[in-house]
Design a protein around this ligand. Structure first.
Ligand code: PDD
Length: 286
Protein backbone atom coordinates (compact mmCIF):
# COMPACT_ATOMS: atom_id res chain seq x y z
CA UNK A 1 0.00 0.00 0.00
CA UNK A 2 1.28 3.50 -0.74
CA UNK A 3 1.97 6.08 1.96
CA UNK A 4 -1.05 8.10 0.77
CA UNK A 5 -3.49 5.32 1.59
CA UNK A 6 -1.76 4.27 4.84
CA UNK A 7 -1.62 7.77 6.21
CA UNK A 8 1.14 9.93 7.54
CA UNK A 9 3.03 10.62 10.75
CA UNK A 10 4.74 13.55 12.44
CA UNK A 11 7.36 13.17 15.13
CA UNK A 12 10.39 15.06 16.43
CA UNK A 13 9.46 18.14 14.46
CA UNK A 14 8.96 16.66 10.97
CA UNK A 15 6.61 14.64 8.81
CA UNK A 16 7.73 11.04 8.45
CA UNK A 17 6.46 7.77 7.02
CA UNK A 18 4.36 5.77 9.48
CA UNK A 19 7.00 3.09 9.88
CA UNK A 20 10.04 5.37 10.11
CA UNK A 21 11.91 4.72 13.38
CA UNK A 22 12.17 8.23 14.80
CA UNK A 23 11.24 8.01 18.48
CA UNK A 24 14.07 7.03 20.82
CA UNK A 25 13.62 4.47 23.56
CA UNK A 26 13.87 7.21 26.17
CA UNK A 27 10.59 8.94 25.25
CA UNK A 28 8.66 9.11 28.52
CA UNK A 29 5.53 8.05 26.68
CA UNK A 30 7.06 4.55 26.45
CA UNK A 31 8.50 4.29 29.87
CA UNK A 32 5.90 5.94 32.05
CA UNK A 33 2.89 6.55 29.80
CA UNK A 34 3.77 10.10 30.80
CA UNK A 35 1.67 12.16 28.43
CA UNK A 36 -1.74 12.88 26.99
CA UNK A 37 -3.52 12.42 23.66
CA UNK A 38 -6.54 13.18 21.48
CA UNK A 39 -8.38 11.43 18.66
CA UNK A 40 -10.23 13.49 16.05
CA UNK A 41 -12.42 12.16 13.25
CA UNK A 42 -11.99 13.71 9.82
CA UNK A 43 -15.04 13.65 7.56
CA UNK A 44 -14.62 14.58 3.89
CA UNK A 45 -11.22 16.07 4.62
CA UNK A 46 -12.47 18.27 7.49
CA UNK A 47 -11.63 17.66 11.19
CA UNK A 48 -14.86 17.45 13.18
CA UNK A 49 -15.14 19.51 16.40
CA UNK A 50 -11.46 20.40 16.11
CA UNK A 51 -11.63 23.36 18.49
CA UNK A 52 -13.26 21.28 21.26
CA UNK A 53 -10.54 18.62 20.94
CA UNK A 54 -7.81 21.26 21.02
CA UNK A 55 -9.31 22.80 24.17
CA UNK A 56 -9.51 19.39 25.90
CA UNK A 57 -5.92 18.64 24.85
CA UNK A 58 -4.88 21.92 26.45
CA UNK A 59 -6.80 21.08 29.65
CA UNK A 60 -5.22 17.61 29.85
CA UNK A 61 -1.74 19.07 29.23
CA UNK A 62 -2.19 21.69 31.94
CA UNK A 63 -3.58 19.10 34.38
CA UNK A 64 -0.30 17.17 34.27
CA UNK A 65 1.98 20.19 33.89
CA UNK A 66 2.95 19.81 30.22
CA UNK A 67 3.82 22.78 28.01
CA UNK A 68 3.33 22.47 24.27
CA UNK A 69 6.29 23.57 22.11
CA UNK A 70 4.00 25.81 20.00
CA UNK A 71 0.79 27.82 20.29
CA UNK A 72 -2.62 26.12 20.04
CA UNK A 73 -3.02 27.88 16.68
CA UNK A 74 0.26 26.31 15.63
CA UNK A 75 -1.11 22.91 16.65
CA UNK A 76 -4.27 23.49 14.60
CA UNK A 77 -2.12 24.47 11.59
CA UNK A 78 -0.06 21.29 12.00
CA UNK A 79 -3.18 19.10 12.14
CA UNK A 80 -4.62 20.78 9.07
CA UNK A 81 -1.36 20.37 7.18
CA UNK A 82 -1.16 16.69 8.18
CA UNK A 83 -4.69 16.05 6.90
CA UNK A 84 -3.85 17.64 3.56
CA UNK A 85 -0.57 15.69 3.31
CA UNK A 86 -2.34 12.41 4.12
CA UNK A 87 -4.57 12.86 1.04
CA UNK A 88 -7.26 11.04 3.02
CA UNK A 89 -10.88 12.16 3.04
CA UNK A 90 -12.13 9.84 5.81
CA UNK A 91 -9.51 9.57 8.53
CA UNK A 92 -8.64 9.73 12.20
CA UNK A 93 -6.03 12.08 13.58
CA UNK A 94 -4.24 10.81 16.67
CA UNK A 95 -1.89 13.20 18.45
CA UNK A 96 -0.05 12.91 21.71
CA UNK A 97 2.21 15.00 23.87
CA UNK A 98 4.78 13.22 26.00
CA UNK A 99 6.78 14.85 28.75
CA UNK A 100 9.79 14.52 26.51
CA UNK A 101 12.85 12.48 25.73
CA UNK A 102 15.18 11.99 28.67
CA UNK A 103 17.04 9.20 30.41
CA UNK A 104 14.65 7.21 32.60
CA UNK A 105 14.10 8.83 35.98
CA UNK A 106 10.78 9.32 37.76
CA UNK A 107 11.35 13.03 38.38
CA UNK A 108 10.22 15.41 35.66
CA UNK A 109 13.17 16.14 33.32
CA UNK A 110 14.06 19.67 32.18
CA UNK A 111 13.55 18.91 28.48
CA UNK A 112 10.98 20.04 25.89
CA UNK A 113 7.78 18.04 25.55
CA UNK A 114 7.43 15.84 22.48
CA UNK A 115 4.46 16.17 20.13
CA UNK A 116 3.71 13.34 17.72
CA UNK A 117 0.79 12.69 15.41
CA UNK A 118 -0.63 10.26 12.89
CA UNK A 119 -3.39 10.57 10.30
CA UNK A 120 -4.75 7.19 9.28
CA UNK A 121 -7.66 5.93 7.24
CA UNK A 122 -10.77 5.07 9.18
CA UNK A 123 -12.83 2.03 8.28
CA UNK A 124 -16.31 3.12 9.20
CA UNK A 125 -17.98 -0.19 8.28
CA UNK A 126 -17.35 -1.85 11.67
CA UNK A 127 -18.76 1.21 13.43
CA UNK A 128 -21.77 1.31 11.11
CA UNK A 129 -22.64 -2.23 12.19
CA UNK A 130 -22.78 -1.38 15.91
CA UNK A 131 -24.60 1.87 15.22
CA UNK A 132 -27.28 -0.05 13.36
CA UNK A 133 -27.53 -3.30 15.31
CA UNK A 134 -26.23 -2.31 18.72
CA UNK A 135 -23.52 -3.74 20.94
CA UNK A 136 -23.29 -6.28 23.75
CA UNK A 137 -21.40 -5.33 26.88
CA UNK A 138 -20.41 -6.60 30.30
CA UNK A 139 -20.06 -4.60 33.51
CA UNK A 140 -16.61 -4.51 35.06
CA UNK A 141 -15.04 -2.79 38.09
CA UNK A 142 -13.59 0.63 37.27
CA UNK A 143 -9.98 -0.14 38.09
CA UNK A 144 -8.73 3.22 36.81
CA UNK A 145 -7.20 6.08 38.78
CA UNK A 146 -8.97 9.15 40.21
CA UNK A 147 -8.26 11.58 37.34
CA UNK A 148 -10.16 10.08 34.41
CA UNK A 149 -10.98 13.53 32.97
CA UNK A 150 -7.35 13.72 31.83
CA UNK A 151 -6.92 12.01 28.46
CA UNK A 152 -3.81 10.26 29.72
CA UNK A 153 -1.68 7.85 27.70
CA UNK A 154 -2.01 5.40 30.60
CA UNK A 155 -4.71 3.17 29.13
CA UNK A 156 -3.75 -0.14 30.75
CA UNK A 157 -6.99 -0.50 32.76
CA UNK A 158 -8.97 0.40 29.62
CA UNK A 159 -7.20 -2.08 27.35
CA UNK A 160 -7.31 -4.85 29.97
CA UNK A 161 -11.03 -4.32 30.46
CA UNK A 162 -11.70 -4.13 26.71
CA UNK A 163 -9.86 -7.44 26.26
CA UNK A 164 -11.83 -8.97 29.13
CA UNK A 165 -15.01 -8.05 27.21
CA UNK A 166 -13.70 -9.48 23.94
CA UNK A 167 -12.64 -12.68 25.73
CA UNK A 168 -16.19 -12.90 27.11
CA UNK A 169 -17.44 -12.79 23.51
CA UNK A 170 -19.01 -9.31 23.67
CA UNK A 171 -18.16 -5.91 22.18
CA UNK A 172 -17.13 -3.88 25.21
CA UNK A 173 -17.42 -3.25 28.94
CA UNK A 174 -18.89 -0.49 31.08
CA UNK A 175 -16.97 0.52 34.19
CA UNK A 176 -18.64 0.45 37.61
CA UNK A 177 -17.17 2.60 40.39
CA UNK A 178 -18.62 2.65 43.92
CA UNK A 179 -21.85 1.07 42.66
CA UNK A 180 -22.39 3.54 39.79
CA UNK A 181 -21.79 3.25 36.05
CA UNK A 182 -19.07 5.67 34.97
CA UNK A 183 -18.35 5.10 31.26
CA UNK A 184 -17.17 2.59 28.66
CA UNK A 185 -13.55 1.58 28.03
CA UNK A 186 -13.36 4.21 25.26
CA UNK A 187 -16.77 5.90 25.28
CA UNK A 188 -19.25 7.74 27.47
CA UNK A 189 -22.58 6.12 28.24
CA UNK A 190 -26.13 7.43 28.60
CA UNK A 191 -29.55 5.94 29.16
CA UNK A 192 -33.06 7.05 28.27
CA UNK A 193 -35.73 6.58 30.91
CA UNK A 194 -39.26 7.89 30.39
CA UNK A 195 -38.02 10.24 27.64
CA UNK A 196 -35.23 11.74 29.78
CA UNK A 197 -31.54 11.33 28.95
CA UNK A 198 -29.44 10.45 32.01
CA UNK A 199 -25.64 10.44 31.93
CA UNK A 200 -22.82 10.54 34.47
CA UNK A 201 -21.93 14.13 35.39
CA UNK A 202 -18.67 15.51 33.98
CA UNK A 203 -16.66 14.88 37.16
CA UNK A 204 -13.08 13.67 37.53
CA UNK A 205 -14.30 10.07 37.20
CA UNK A 206 -15.09 10.23 33.48
CA UNK A 207 -13.55 11.64 30.34
CA UNK A 208 -15.47 14.76 29.34
CA UNK A 209 -16.32 13.40 25.92
CA UNK A 210 -16.62 15.71 22.94
CA UNK A 211 -19.35 13.49 21.47
CA UNK A 212 -21.14 13.53 24.83
CA UNK A 213 -21.10 17.35 24.84
CA UNK A 214 -22.37 17.36 21.27
CA UNK A 215 -25.22 14.96 22.21
CA UNK A 216 -26.20 17.13 25.19
CA UNK A 217 -26.41 20.22 23.00
CA UNK A 218 -28.47 18.31 20.41
CA UNK A 219 -30.85 17.30 23.20
CA UNK A 220 -31.42 20.98 23.95
CA UNK A 221 -32.32 21.54 20.27
CA UNK A 222 -34.54 18.45 20.08
CA UNK A 223 -36.35 19.18 23.33
CA UNK A 224 -35.02 16.05 25.07
CA UNK A 225 -34.67 16.59 28.83
CA UNK A 226 -31.23 15.83 30.25
CA UNK A 227 -30.16 14.96 33.76
CA UNK A 228 -26.46 14.65 34.51
CA UNK A 229 -26.50 12.28 37.45
CA UNK A 230 -24.98 8.96 38.39
CA UNK A 231 -26.97 5.77 37.87
CA UNK A 232 -26.63 2.23 39.16
CA UNK A 233 -26.43 -1.02 37.19
CA UNK A 234 -29.98 -1.84 38.40
CA UNK A 235 -31.31 1.45 36.98
CA UNK A 236 -29.45 0.79 33.75
CA UNK A 237 -31.05 -2.64 33.32
CA UNK A 238 -34.51 -1.07 33.35
CA UNK A 239 -33.70 1.80 30.95
CA UNK A 240 -35.74 2.20 27.76
CA UNK A 241 -32.64 2.87 25.67
CA UNK A 242 -28.90 2.79 26.38
CA UNK A 243 -26.07 4.05 24.19
CA UNK A 244 -22.41 4.92 24.01
CA UNK A 245 -20.88 8.12 22.64
CA UNK A 246 -17.40 8.48 21.17
CA UNK A 247 -15.51 10.12 18.33
CA UNK A 248 -15.14 7.05 16.12
CA UNK A 249 -18.21 4.99 17.03
CA UNK A 250 -20.36 8.15 17.36
CA UNK A 251 -23.71 7.08 18.90
CA UNK A 252 -24.25 3.33 19.26
CA UNK A 253 -27.01 1.47 21.13
CA UNK A 254 -26.32 -1.13 23.81
CA UNK A 255 -28.69 -4.09 23.53
CA UNK A 256 -27.29 -6.60 26.00
CA UNK A 257 -25.64 -6.28 29.42
CA UNK A 258 -24.11 -9.29 31.18
CA UNK A 259 -26.08 -11.62 28.90
CA UNK A 260 -29.43 -9.92 29.52
CA UNK A 261 -31.33 -8.18 26.70
CA UNK A 262 -31.79 -4.47 27.48
CA UNK A 263 -32.96 -1.26 25.85
CA UNK A 264 -34.16 -2.88 22.63
CA UNK A 265 -36.44 0.08 22.03
CA UNK A 266 -33.34 1.95 20.83
CA UNK A 267 -33.36 -0.09 17.62
CA UNK A 268 -36.85 1.01 16.57
CA UNK A 269 -37.30 3.83 14.08
CA UNK A 270 -38.14 7.05 15.90
CA UNK A 271 -36.38 6.04 19.14
CA UNK A 272 -34.35 8.69 20.96
CA UNK A 273 -31.15 6.95 19.86
CA UNK A 274 -32.25 6.98 16.21
CA UNK A 275 -33.19 10.66 16.46
CA UNK A 276 -29.84 11.53 18.04
CA UNK A 277 -27.97 9.52 15.40
CA UNK A 278 -29.69 11.43 12.59
CA UNK A 279 -29.14 14.75 14.34
CA UNK A 280 -25.43 13.90 14.80
CA UNK A 281 -25.04 12.94 11.14
CA UNK A 282 -26.63 16.27 10.20
CA UNK A 283 -23.87 18.11 12.13
CA UNK A 284 -21.01 16.43 10.22
CA UNK A 285 -18.98 18.41 7.67
CA UNK A 286 -20.31 18.06 4.12
N1 PDD B 1 -11.70 7.50 23.29
N2 PDD B 1 -14.36 7.89 27.58
C1 PDD B 1 -13.16 7.33 27.33
C2 PDD B 1 -12.49 6.57 28.42
C3 PDD B 1 -12.57 7.47 26.05
O1 PDD B 1 -11.37 6.92 25.82
C4 PDD B 1 -13.25 8.18 25.04
C5 PDD B 1 -12.68 8.38 23.67
C6 PDD B 1 -14.51 8.74 25.35
C7 PDD B 1 -15.31 9.53 24.34
O2 PDD B 1 -14.73 10.78 24.13
P1 PDD B 1 -14.89 11.55 22.75
O3 PDD B 1 -16.34 11.65 22.48
O4 PDD B 1 -14.26 12.86 23.00
O5 PDD B 1 -14.21 10.73 21.69
C8 PDD B 1 -15.02 8.59 26.63
C9 PDD B 1 -10.93 7.74 22.08
C10 PDD B 1 -11.75 7.85 20.85
C11 PDD B 1 -9.83 6.69 21.98
O6 PDD B 1 -9.19 6.48 23.00
O7 PDD B 1 -9.61 6.12 20.91
Amino acid sequence: MSIETDGIAYARGRFVALDEPVIPIDDRAHQFGDGIYEVIRVYRGKPHLLEAHIQRFDRSAKAIGLTLDRSLDGLVALIEEAIVRSQLQESQVYFQLSRGIARRDHAYPAVPTHLSLTVRPVDDSKFTAVRERGQRVILSPDIRWQLCFIKSLNLLPNVMTKQKALDAGVNDALFVRDGFITEGTSSNVAMIKDGMLITHPATEHILHGITRASVLSMCADLGIAVEEKRFTPTELMTADEIFTMSTLTEIAPIIEIDGQAVGLKALSPGSVVRRLQSAYTATLPL
